[in-house]
Design a protein around this ligand. Structure first.
Ligand code: 13P
Ligand code: SF4
Length: 308
């Protein structure tokens, strides 16, 4: 297994940049040039100068980096690192709901595949879903694939948010229970609780802050508590520890096996062998990119891949 320093050296020799999601293995985070949440990584892939972007995250993240930056080579070190929730929303389900709710805007969570994003009006992440839906001039919104995030958006905006499919979920966050949070709070009575919106309502209700992975990191610094209980995938604890934040998992079993498939070895292999190059059908890419851009336009964010 190569060391963090060896991987970093290899990346630099090849002019490649390594972007890693907050749930990646600690050593992969340590080797990365940038670690962040889905929204930050999408923006970063466009901002970096390098022609080769190695993306340490699950399939939909690498795919989004590729369709937003068609002039860059995006390498996914482990093509079998796939988000099961993204696979829960198919184009057939989208068609069915569009027919059932004609005229309702379709907002798709970043955790979905490009062919579904291409059918969407807007693509959001857990960092901006509430802000975008609250700006929409519609009371009924189709939202998928995470029904828990859909429910959270409905709570926060007061709109009718229809989840598609009906039971779309993240298996990792679904397994974090209110009794896990209670136990962790008993063990760490001074801790404040941070939760990802993919958690069930009862867990979200116990949280002092709900937000995307990087928003949780910022909240931990801003809330100023001595310690935190974190209701999300355990990879975030490494990021928090590096920042000197004392944090404990709501559940030590909240491990995303797909995020953990990427290793230093697979990153090194990806760079040496130039694979797996992420390819998206250009017609799908164009439509999916527009759905991301429409969300950015509505939120007043300038898209870095459009800047000259
Ligand atoms: P973030 O966008 O909050 O990083 O979350 C991605 C994800 O896969 C959560 O399970
Ligand atoms: Fe998908 Fe859940 Fe893993 Fe995030 S934690 S990548 S939503 S399975």
């Amino acid at each position: 297994m190569p060391t963090v320093q060896e991987v970093r050296k290899l990346l630099e020799e090849r002019g490649a940049v390594l972007l890693a999601h907050n749930y990646q293995r600690p050593e992969v985070q340590d080797a990365a040039h940038f670690v962040g949440d889905s929204l930050e990584l999408s923006l970063k892939a466009a901002e970096v100068d390098a022609k080769i972007v190695v993306f340490a995250g699950v399939d939909f993240m690498a795919e989004q980096a590729a369709f937003l930056n068609p002039e860059k080579v995006v390498l996914h070190p482990e093509p079998l690192s796939r988000c099961p929730m993204a696979a829960m929303l198919t184009p057939e389900v989208v068609k069915e709901y569009k027919e059932k709710y004609p005229g309702a805007p379709l907002v798709v969570y970043v955790n979905s595949l490009a062919e579904v994003k291409a059918m969407a009006d807007y693509v959001v992440t857990s960092a901006n879903a509430v802000a975008l839906v609250s700006q929409l001039d519609a009371d009924t919104i189709l939202f998928g694939p995470d029904r828990h995030l859909a429910e959270y958006v409905a709570e926060r905006t007061g709109k009718s948010v229809v989840p598609l499919p009906e039971l779309g979920h993240c298996p990792v966050h679904l397994a974090i229970t209110p009794s896990d949070v209670e136990r962790a709070k008993r063990e760490h009575p001074a801790a404040r609780v941070l939760a990802h919106p993919e958690c069930v309502r009862a867990v979200r209700a116990m949280a002092d802050f709900v937000g995307s992975t990087s928003q949780m990191v910022r909240a931990a610094r801003e809330l100023g508590a001595r310690e935190y209980v974190v209701a999300t995938e355990v990879g975030l604890l490494h990021r928090l520890a590096k920042l000197g934040v004392e944090a404990y998992p709501a559940s030590p079993y909240a491990v995303c096996p797909d995020m953990k498939k990427i290793t230093l070895e697979s990153v090194a292999r990806a760079v040496l062998e130039g694979r797996e190059v992420v390819r998206v059908d250009p017609k799908i890419a164009e439509k999916a990119r527009r759905a991301v851009e429409r969300a950015f336009e509505l939120l007043g964010v300038s898209a870095p891949w459009r800047r000259s």
